[in-house]
Write a protein that binds this ligand. Structure first.
Ligand SMILES: Nc1ncnc2c1ncn2[C@@H]1O[C@H](COP(=O)(O)OP(=O)(O)OP(=O)(O)O)[C@@H](O)[C@H]1O
Ligand SMILES: [Mg+2]
Length: 248
């Protein structure tokens, strides 16, 4: 699968760390303009899969392609400039810079996401990203002074400001309360409506059920199932694995 229907495709991707087969022969395709949720227990290899696609790690085998062109061997900034933005589980904000500067960092020359365009347009994009994430009033605050949920939204503002067409989001909603989660869901829906393709790593199955068009279930580095959300979420064998009740 590749091309317009599936812009980002992984084929047989693998990587081991010592004896740990973190990702083993993973083949997966992101459906264009949809949300694919990547679900699985801790240590399943979800973040590692992102790292392989974004050039943060080099695969032992297999390939990842964007519009049919290989991403392997590219540096993270080169993948980003092709239109793939990611967030990190540990956020990686510039904690002593302001909220606006953090969002701006996604748009400036030299940044991973830099694209030609005038400074005014980039500044407008940043203000839009701050408004969309509810951070306009905090634009001059330092990231270090933000509450937890605000930091999560700032990492989303950075993604929005980058104007990427594919978002790889690593647990962006974890630890958010219900109303923040709803706000977050609104952001993702608005992005989808603009044609953005999203891969979402998420542990909260309510969030997954609400947002995902498709789920890929990963365990011990292997994709055990891909399919329509209700089918995956109702699967008792997968639930047993997810909740740690499998036979040893
Ligand atoms: N850089 C690394 N060096 C060594 N081992 C690693 C490295 N990165 C990941 N691993 C191991 O690879 C496996 C998969 O880790 P990964 O972080 O991808 O899991 P995950 O599905 O994202 O889990 P979680 O839900 O806890 O974030 C784990 O056993 C982890 O300890
Ligand atoms: Mg992870």
């Amino acid at each position: 699968m590749s091309g317009a229907a599936h812009p980002l495709v992984c084929r047989d991707l693998s990587i081991s760390f010592g004896g740990v087969k973190a990702v083993q022969g993973v083949s997966l395709a992101l459906p264009a303009g949809k949300v694919l949720a990547l679900v699985g227990p801790n240590g399943a290899g979800k973040t590692t899969l992102f790292n392989l696609v974004t050039g943060n790690l080099r695969a032992d085998a297999g390939e990842a392609t964007l519009d049919g062109e290989s991403l392997l061997g590219l540096k993270p900034w080169q993948v980003a400039r092709r239109g793939v933005a990611r967030s990190f589980q540990d956020l990686r904000l510039f904690t002593h810079m302001t909220v606006r500067e953090n969002a701006m960092s996604a748009t400036e020359r030299g940044s991973w996401f830099w694209q030609a365009g005038d400074a005014k347009a980039r500044a407008a994009r940043v203000e839009e990203a701050l408004a969309a994430t509810g951070l306009s009033d905090l634009a001059e605050s330092r990231a270090v002074d933000l509450a937890y949920a605000e930091r999560k939204f700032l990492s989303m503002a950075r993604i929005l400001a980058a104007e990427a067409r594919i978002w790889l989001l690593d647990e962006p909603a974890s630890g958010l309360d219900l109303s923040s989660r709803q706000r977050f869901a609104g952001l993702l829906r608005a992005a989808n409506a603009r044609g953005i393709t999203i891969c979402l790593i998420e542990h909260n199955l309510d969030v997954v059920a609400e947002l995902a068009d498709e789920i890929a279930f990963l365990d011990r580095g292997v994709v055990l199932a891909v399919g329509e959300p209700q089918a995956i979420l109702r699967d008792k064998a997968l639930a047993a694995i997810y909740f740690g009740e499998r036979a040893a």
